[in-house]
Design a protein around this ligand. Structure first.
Ligand SMILES: Cc1cc2nc3c(=O)[nH]c(=O)nc-3n(C[C@H](O)[C@H](O)[C@H](O)COP(=O)(O)OP(=O)(O)OC[C@H]3O[C@@H](n4cnc5c(N)ncnc54)[C@H](O)[C@@H]3O)c2cc1C
Length: 336
């Protein structure tokens, strides 16, 4: 904060101005109710489906299942923050909304991963929405036997998601960094296209557009708390939600899942054991925690690949014989 004035940054807008901007755009906050408020002792519950993780994967699964009439419980280890609980200050946002305060790396710091750790998952981030390219879908189908990704059904699913989260590439404005980058690319002869975004408003000067990764207080991004988690909550049989609820294990017999064990912070502020029995168990904890949960639960791992492929933000390596001792690759995919 000490540097804000030097940078010419006025700081996050005060809550009243943010609320007024939301109101002017007709955006109404949905306050999610958490079952934590009714739990003060170790508890067992029965549902049709339990969804672990409230991010992009978990939210879509929860909405689909709840809208199909199933009794759904979503368990999220991070905390749910209502809009008034977010300050918009970057340091606080990293602490509150990101996995381990935004600093997850291997012990040697060679691999860094940035992931959300809050209700709504990593969708607290940027808004670039690229469809899975056809050549990748083909590769998954032909080289890895995942034939469904090459079908029209998967294409239709992408269409449905893009429609619900309002993906568009028209009318997108760019900040100064992007303008310079675009200019450089064009001068170098590269073709430039706008990346589609899932924003309610991507026009110049849209309130809050530059701050979504520090908690979207303006609800300008069509992220999970604005779309699929809301759909799940509004279903005829509304989905239930728990935050600060870390699933430690998937209960299964010979690989057939029948529920989960978790630790949840109850209304007394104390940790309680939660056991959920369910016919359907959806593991949607993101690329770091899903493999960890599957391995902890000793679920079958026929090809031995669980936990061996990571997405990462950055990868550092020392290359012998290079002039630079340290090389950095951004947005790499690493396979051990
Ligand atoms: C800063 C940043 C910017 C990004 N920008 C973009 C972008 O512009 N475009 C794009 O397409 N993608 C982007 N991504 C990637 C995108 O957000 C992820 O690919 C996507 O959110 C993954 O969805 P998911 O459901 O698998 O996991 P997540 O959205 O990460 O959700 C997993 C959730 O599970 C919870 N969880 C984990 N373990 C447990 C447990 N044991 N018990 C209970 N809950 C648990 C976590 O707290 C988390 O909330 C970005 C990611 C980050 C971090």
């Amino acid at each position: 904060m000490a540097n804000w004035s030097l940078l010419g940054y006025a700081g996050p807008e005060p809550p009243e101005r943010v609320a007024a901007a939301r109101q002017a755009e007709g955006r109404t906050e949905h306050i999610f109710q958490m079952i934590n408020s009714s739990i003060t002792a170790d508890t067992s519950l029965d549902f049709d489906a339990v969804v672990i993780g409230s991010g992009c994967g978990g939210a879509v699964a929860a909405a689909e299942l709840a809208c199909a009439g199933h009794r759904v419980l979503v368990l999220e280890k991070g905390k749910y923050f209502s809009l008034s609980e977010m300050s918009g200050v970057e340091g606080e946002a990293l602490d509150q909304l990101y996995e381990r305060g935004g600093i997850v790396s291997t012990e040697d710091t060679g691999l860094a991963v940035l992931a959300g750790g809050t209700f709504g998952g990593s969708a607290v981030n940027w808004a670039c929405c690229l469809r899975t390219p056809d050549y990748v879908r083909q590769e998954w189908a032909t080289e890895h036997g995942l034939k469904r990704f090459a079908t029209d059904e998967f294409g239709d699913a992408l269409d449905a998601i893009c429609k619900r989260i309002n993906v568009t590439s028209t009318g997108i404005s760019h900040n100064r960094n992007n303008e310079l980058f675009i200019d450089g690319c064009q001068k170098a002869g590269y073709e430039v296209e706008d990346a589609p975004q899932n924003m309610a408003d991507a026009s110049p000067g849209a309130s809050g557009a530059g701050f979504i990764c520090a908690g979207d207080r303006y609800e300008i991004k069509q992220s999970m708390t604005v779309t699929f988690l809301r759909d799940a909550a509004a279903a005829r049989v509304p989905a239930q939600f728990a935050d600060r609820c870390k699933v430690s294990e998937v209960i299964h017999s010979k690989g057939v899942a029948s529920g989960v064990r978790a630790t949840l912070i109850g209304s007394d502020g104390q940790p309680h054991q939660l056991t959920v029995r369910a016919r359907v168990v959806v593991v949607a904890c993101g690329s770091i925690n899903s493999p960890a949960l599957l391995l902890r639960s000793r679920l079958p791992n026929k090809n031995g690949l669980i936990g061996r492929i990571f997405d990462c933000t950055r990868c550092h390596s020392s290359l012998p014989g290079c002039l630079l001792a340290l090389r950095t690759w951004c947005l790499g995919r690493v396979r051990r």
